[in-house]
Ligand binder design. Structure first.
Ligand code: NAD
Length: 499
């Protein structure tokens, strides 16, 4: 008998009533471990109603008190980190150490939200006219929604919920139906930390629940992270309904290796950033661009050597470098992309298809895969694969290497490995990608900077976390003030000016 999961609303679990469920799997065994309820429109409306009723009192709670509750929550997450990591790995498949990283990077953003009283400060200008002052306020939007992907089931919900809650909004999370247990546990911990009932809700579901959120006039803003086609359609749907929306999509992240790079460092970086978490990171490196034939030959030879020693394993295997991919469908899709690469004429150096792990015959395993001599016109290069597949595109010179990520449809992350400061500076300035690493393969910015891709990797305004998140989850009101003791000018029929 599999367990039925719930929604979370009003500070308590709430059973699904739609009669529709999705299966949740353990990717290492392929077994169904629970069923997640898929909400219908009525359930979404009820949960949003509970949030809307609770939100005004939360908005009226002073920001320091709100921040203190979030800091208590941080402590609780840290106390429960082993339990949360086990829950996360059992539905996602990533190793326990990697799951802890997922939680830690989420918590960093919630810690940053302790600065809410400062970040929510408005501006004030004295005497902008005779006896007239102006100040601005940052006010919460009301009820806001987050729709998040499977690959970071702790980090991304926390990136969205932390700033939204700190700013005084009620937050309704629609997590991925692949791995909903961690978001539900985080909801319990928020309640335990003292968050008032109704301020954080989890509504589980699929497109039906998402559409209901997008059509609900009480939802004022939508933060989405997932694949590009869905990001684009959610952005259009939310905007058509007059909602504020930021929708982050897929990626194809390049790493440029110049001839003067420290090759050992570059190979270590590529192995970790290409295959860590089975390549299921939006900042994973999926394209290596060595400059010059000599660099390319040396790089491919070393990568091949390292790939042969990589170990796939279940989350609790302390020796495992990475785990299974998330679902049978993902495994099928990744293996089909490998077959396409071969048909297109790329050179398959390491083939991850058909891999198994002893004791886990039903797991969704895909081994590390390496292609050499991939060309820009190939689907293998153009499309996001989201699995442990690394493509080497050989570039003749620096300008050709720079053009590849700049002209690619996606623009999430990019890295350059070199000892040449001039080249690195030029690259960071000219490349058309949102996040750049210089000898850093996965340049996910720290909590107090902002995270966001360009081009087909992000739709809408403002980035995630950092000061942008507080701008996204608030609206500005500007107040112009004059008191009766000021000069009385009588009725005026002309437009007031500042001079
Ligand atoms: P996905 O697009 O399939 O799902 C994301 C969310 O959208 C889930 O909550 C899902 O239930 C919902 N959804 C799916 N289909 C929908 C539909 N037709 N209508 C409405 N909602 C729908 O993405 P995923 O497979 O969960 O995650 C992997 C993708 O996310 C990759 O493309 C990856 O690059 C991307 N990603 C991007 C970032 C970023 O910051 N740019 C971060 C992490 C992941």
């Amino acid at each position: 008998m599999t367990r039925d999961l719930t929604h979370y609303s009003g500070g308590a679990h709430r059973a699904g009533t739609s009669g529709r469920f999705g299966d949740v799997h353990d990717p290492a065994t392929g077994q169904i471990t629970s069923r997640v309820p898929l909400a219908d429109g009525g359930e979404v409306a009820d949960i949003v109603g509970v949030a809307a009723a609770a939100q005004p009192a939360w908005a009226a709670t002073n920001p320091q008190r709100r921040a203190r509750i979030l800091l208590r929550f941080v402590d609780l997450v840290n106390e429960h980190v082993d339990e949360l990591a086990a829950l996360l790995s059992a539905e996602h498949g990533k190793t326990l150490a990697d799951a802890k990283g997922d939680i830690a990077r989420g918590i960093e953003v919630v810690e940053f939200c302790a600065a809410a009283p400062h970040l929510l400060k408005g501006e004030f200008s004295d005497s902008v006219g005779t006896g007239i002052d102006v100040h601005s306020l940052r006010q919460p939007l009301g009820v806001v929604a987050g729709i998040t992907p499977f690959n970071f089931p702790a980090m991304i919900p926390l990136w969205k919920a932390g700033p939204a809650l700190a700013a005084g909004n009620a937050f309704v999370l629609k997590p991925s139906e692949r791995d909903p247990s961690v978001p539900l546990r985080l909801a319990e911990l928020l309640t335990e930390a003292g968050l008032p009932d109704g301020i954080f809700s989890v509504v589980n579901g699929d497109k039906v629940a998402v559409d209901a959120l997008l059509d609900d006039p009480r939802i004022k803003a939508v933060g989405f992270v997932g694949s590009t086609p869905i990001a684009q359609s959610i952005y259009a749907h939310a905007a058509a309904n007059g909602k504020r929306a930021q929708c982050f999509g897929g990626a194809k992240n390049h790493m440029i290796i110049l001839p003067d790079a420290d090759l050992d460092m570059a190979v270590d970086a590529l192995i970790g950033a290409g295959y860590g978490s089975a390549g299921e990171r939006c900042m994973a490196i999926s394209v290596a661009v060595p400059v010059g034939e000599q660099t390319a030959d040396a790089l491919v030879a070393r990568l091949k050597e390292r790939i042969d020693g990589l170990r796939l394993g279940e989350a609790t295997d302390p020796e495992a470098d990475f785990g299974p991919v998330v679902s049978a469908a993902a495994k099928e899709r990744i293996e089909a992309a490998i077959a396409t690469g071969i048909e297109e004429g790329a050179e398959l150096v390491a083939d991850g298809r058909g891999r198994t792990v002893d004791g886990y015959p039903g797991g969704f395993w895909v081994g590390p895969t390496l292609f050499d001599r991939v060309r820009p016109e190939m689907a293998l290069y153009r499309e996001e694969i989201f699995g442990p597949v690394l493509s080497v595109v050989r570039a003749a010179d620096y300008e050709e290497a720079l053009r590849l990520p700049t002209e690619h449809e996606y623009g999430n992350g990019v890295a350059i490995f070199t000892r040449d400061g001039d080249a690195a500076r030029d690259f960071a300035s000219r490349v058309e990608v949102g996040m750049v690493g210089i000898n850093v393969p996965i340049p996910v910015p720290i909590a107090y900077y902002t995270f966001g891709g360009w081009k087909a990797s992000g739709f809408g305004d403002l980035n995630q976390h950092g000061a942008d998140a507080f701008r996204f989850y608030t609206r500005t009101k500007t107040v112009t003030t004059r008191w009766p003791s000021g000069i009385r000018a009588g009725a005026s029929f002309v437009m007031p000016e500042g001079s």
